[in-house]
Design a protein around this ligand. Structure first.
Ligand code: BDR
Ligand code: CA
Length: 311
């Protein structure tokens, strides 16, 4: 299986991303790290530990990461979508594994330096603070990772502002670092994730599986649906974060094209925008890619089968 480090801020869709990875034989989570985003670092870390237990991930290190962005003030948490706990309305067991004592950036560095070069994929599904810090802490990780597949950004419209997506907008300087290092970066942004809507038949299908993890995922999807309806008027919520994991599991699920992507860090109205140049073919050797089209039926099959496999 492909080895991944999942860096997340659970959060409903992050929780779904963990379950997708945990139930897929094509990937193996070798470290799980957290970052402040959808909720405070304490809350998302506690959620990560509890989801890990639910998902049967008892043998991996889990480390707490950045409490706030590199330069900007503390992240504005997203309680209107993810609730006060970050996972309101979803039943989880108490945590039974201790937190790794290292800061997330250190665990990321240690893991990548330990594994053979070219074998570890970074999958960030929150603000990019830990990833940027890790790249600065140990620059050799940049040439050692296989690739970075992240949920964040958008070529067209944003969500927290007309131009910016939540994960990038929360720490644009970190995102700037991540998009400018010469590793391969695939941006699984809103252009793609807005196609992964958890419609009622999908939610019913998950509920019908009948296992504990599936029941949890069903609760997650129902709460997410309710909150997205209230916030954006969406009939079905886009399940962003598992899309990044899905791309690692099976790249044929998506149409992805190479395109130059830069992160706006100065704009008054556009801060946190991922500026993708889709006007013309990307230059030779372009290291940034944007995911644009999803085979949604196969995506949902993957999601359902994975959660079922956890048992
Ligand atoms: C992203 O923002 C967060 O609220 C979600 O977990 C996802 O990672 C979508 O913009
Ligand atoms: Ca997230």
């Amino acid at each position: 299986p492909r080895k991944i480090i999942l860096d997340c801020d659970p959060g409903y869709d992050d929780a779904a991303a963990i379950l997708l990875a945990a139930g897929s034989p094509e990937v193996k989570i070798i470290a799980l790290t957290t970052v402040a985003g959808n909720q405070t670092i304490e809350k998302v870390t506690s959620n990560a530990l509890r989801i890990a237990r639910l998902a049967g991930l008892s043998d991996i290190p889990i480390a707490m990461g950045a409490k706030r962005p590199i330069i900007r003030p503390a992240v504005e948490v997203c309680a209107e979508i993810h609730g006060e706990s970050g996972l309101d309305g979803a039943d989880m067991p108490e945590a039974d594994i201790p937190l790794d004592p290292r800061p997330a950036a250190q665990l990321i560095v240690d893991t990548i330096m330990r594994e053979p070069a070219g074998t570890v994929t970074l999958v960030p599904t929150g603000p990019l603070t830990n990833i940027a810090l890790a790249a600065r802490l140990e620059p050799r990780i940049v040439s050692r990772v296989k690739e970075v597949v992240l949920m964040g950004g958008a070529c067209k419209e944003g969500n927290v502002s007309p131009c910016a997506e939540f994960n990038i907008e929360n720490d644009p300087e970190a995102a700037h670092i991540v998009f400018n290092e010469p590793w391969k970066v695939t941006m699984v942004g809103l252009d793609l994730t807005y196609q992964a809507r958890a419609e009622k038949p999908v939610r019913d299908r998950i509920q019908a599986i009948g296992t504990k993890p599936a029941h949890f995922l069903w609760q997650v999807l129902e709460a997410f649906a309710k909150n997205y309806k209230a916030w954006r008027g969406f009939d079905a919520p886009p399940l962003h974060d598992p899309c990044a994991v899905a791309y690692v599991i099976d790249p044929t699920l998506m149409e992805v094209r190479p395109t130059v992507i830069n992160v706006e860090i100065r704009g008054e109205l556009t801060s946190g925008m991922t500026v993708a140049d889709l006007r013309r073919p990307a230059p030779e050797g372009c290291h940034t890619f944007a995911a644009l089209k999803l085979d949604k039926d196969r995506f949902w099959d993957l999601m359902a089968k994975s959660v079922e496999r956890i048992g």
